[in-house]
Design a binder for this molecule. Sequence first.
Ligand SMILES: [Zn+2]
Ligand SMILES: [Zn+2]
Length: 172
Amino acid sequence: MGFVVSDVIELSAVDVAVTPVEKFREFLLTRGMRLTPEREAIVTAVYSTHDHFDAEQWITDLTRQKGASRVSRSTIYRSLNLLVEAGLIRKVARSNDREVYEHDYGYPQHDHLICRKCGTMIEFLNTEVSELLERIAQERGFRMAGHRLEVDGVCAECSRPPKRQHRKLDMI
Ligand SMILES: [Zn+2]
Ligand SMILES: [Zn+2]
């Protein structure tokens, strides 16, 4: 059976002709590179969830797992860069300096609200945003291929007033 795309991507996933592993294999071929077991394990791990992932944290988790321990951090980093070039993942900006990635294949184009306090990323899909950008591009004779919109601000959770410190006193 092999790798089943629909098992790992959420409901709103778009249909793709080939699995991420196959797509990566094809990309590597164009570079004269092979899909080594290590590289295959990395793609499979990346595509096992849709969550945005912080490269450092993800690598730490991955190297702790059995079997993956022999894959070095630098190999993983190089593979992540190859996955970006292959169009499988992309970097998402974040308020702090950490590198955050997400799937760029088998998942619809979407935008992010990014909390500058906690780093939470809220994904949204809005066709009006796409249409507006298309119109702006068209007016300038620009052929739009896609867009990335990152909205900077503070999430609902972080906007809440801080909890009161002296609850116990209130209860007496
Ligand atoms: Zn927040
Ligand atoms: Zn996202």
